[in-house]
Design a protein around this ligand. Structure first.
Ligand code: GLY
Ligand code: MN
Ligand code: MN
Length: 465
């Protein structure tokens, strides 16, 4: 994408946001702060997703202000030769309008002085609630400065709104620019999974000891080799029983011949996350019990894929998954038919939860667990109540979101079997998850992560190669 057309993408988003503000309203969007890691070292900088969505600007210390008339002002770091020698290039306010397409740009050093003037005579002020520590009190300080000028005829905004309400809805439907970046991120991540699988089989085949970090290194290599800036989240590389720990990280456990490895890893590319999980035999060959559980999880994912189409609800893929998984648990003896009754009983009483305790999907985008309401906005008020069969808590149900083209979600069923007297020992310590990323299309969904195979036979063939 050229600089000009990328600029148009962000300008269009700002215009669409401004059109939803009242004519006398104002919106304030800061980027993320830099964060200390230890002593004087900082974490690698990551901009705020809302701010980036509206600007494409990746420098820290920046704010965007949009007014109801469609005008946008950027506050950014001033040019400073000495600081740039240490920390790198800064765009600076002079170059920003031509480069980013904003109407005006000002040094961020002037923020506290300029903001009260910008807030003066506005009806309502919008900003992201409960995202940026201290922002609420900062806005309060600026409003206080406006009030101090009331005797000079200044009007002070009387209403504050959560800007996330508007931006979350916009970000939920990915435009063509976003879909293109996400396809590329998915492709890179798929290549990284292929590389890790092949490396595992090659090292074990050569009699070399393998540890989880060896496979993590392969992922990182492939991400960076193709221009990804960083992993979209902490990679999970879980050998053997570690796969049953849902938030395990890549650590130093040995990867043993005969065990499975679960890798949940995806790169971030130009702000956009990908999120893939594959589970494969460390040596390239599934055992019988591993294969039985693997094929069950795959069948449940196929049911989820079939349920992902426009007009369906966000919860439909989950319900389709649970049905297949629970039937499989009864058939394979993970759940005792005599004890748990029929499929409907086992679902109704959530008995599957012992082996499948997470949801099947989440939105994916600039954030790995992306923003966007999971409740259908026009039906928010239609509530019903039910008693959770496991915790006994009362849960308020609201109608699940209706899927529409351009939404992007993961489909990630799993099975996690811990040792237990009630479970055949052949299945103990097997953890399996299969996760792909789906764009909802006009007719169904497009899986953008399938450059890494998912069928057991195809994984074995890949690892033999
Ligand atoms: N990798 C995070 C998730 O799958 O939700
Ligand atoms: Mn996920
Ligand atoms: Mn994941």
């Amino acid at each position: 994408m050229t600089a000009i057309s990328a600029q148009a993408v962000y300008a269009d988003r700002r215009a669409r946001l401004a059109a939803q503000l009242g004519p006398d309203d104002i919106a304030i969007i800061p980027t993320a702060p830099e964060r200390a890691r230890n002593r004087d070292s900082e974490f690698l900088y990551r901009f705020d997703s809302y701010f980036y969505y509206l600007t494409g600007f990746t420098e820290p210390q920046a704010w965007l202000v949009i007014t109801g008339d469609g005008r946008s002002t950027l506050f950014c770091q001033p040019k400073d030769l000495e600081r740039e020698i240490w920390d790198g290039y800064r765009l600076g306010p002079e170059a920003a309008p031509a480069h980013l397409g904003v109407d005006a740009a000002v040094s961020v050093a002037e923020l506290d002085q300029r903001l009260p003037r910008l807030l003066e005579n506005r009806q309502a002020v919008w900003y992201p609630f409960a995202i940026h520590t201290g922002l609420e009190s900062r806005v309060a300080g600026w409003l206080g400065a406006v009030r101090a000028r009331v005797r000079f005829g200044a009007l002070c905004p009387e209403v504050q709104h959560d800007l996330c309400r508007l931006l979350d809805e916009m970000r939920l439907i990915k435009d063509a620019h976003e879909q293109a970046v996400m396809r590329r991120a998915a492709q890179i991540s798929a290549g990284a999974h292929v590389r890790a699988m092949q490396r595992s089989a090659a090292m074990l085949g050569a009699g070399q000891p393998v540890r989880e970090y060896h496979l993590d290194a392969e992922l990182l290599h492939e991400f960076r080799q193709h221009g990804s800036q960083y992993p979209a989240y902490s990679s999970i590389v879980a050998a053997g029983a570690n796969a049953c720990v849902l938030h395990y990280r890549a650590d130093n456990a040995p990867v043993r011949d005969g065990e499975l490895v679960l890798i949940d890893a995806g790169c971030e590319l130009d702000g956009y996350a990908s999120d893939i999980t594959r589970t494969f035999p460390a040596n390239g060959r599934f055992t019988g019990p591993q294969r039985a559980l693997y094929d069950l999880v795959l069948a449940s994912q196929e049911a989820a894929v079939a349920a992902t189409r426009p007009g369906a609800r966000f919860t439909d893929p989950h319900e389709a998954t649970v049905k297949v998984l629970t039937q499989g648990m009864l058939d394979l003896g993970l759940l005792d038919k005599n004890q748990h009754g029929t499929l409907d009983d086992a679902i109704e009483n959530r008995h599957y939860f012992a082996f499948y305790m997470h949801r099947t999907s989440h939105w994916l985008g600039l954030d790995v667990h992306d923003c966007g309401s999971y409740v259908e906005p026009s039906e928010r008020g239609q509530t019903s109540e039910r008693q959770d069969p496991l915790s006994g808590e009362t849960i308020t149900n609201r109608p699940s979101r209706i899927l529409r083209p351009g939404m992007v979600l993961t489909l990630e069923p799993g099975l996690y079997v811990r040792p237990s007297d009630s479970v055949p020992p052949a299945f103990w310590n097997i953890g399996i998850r299969i996760e792909d990323d789906a764009i909802v299309t006009e007719t169904g969904c497009e899986l953008i992560t399938r450059d890494v195979p998912v069928e057991a036979d195809a994984i074995e063939a890949l690892m033999r190669g």
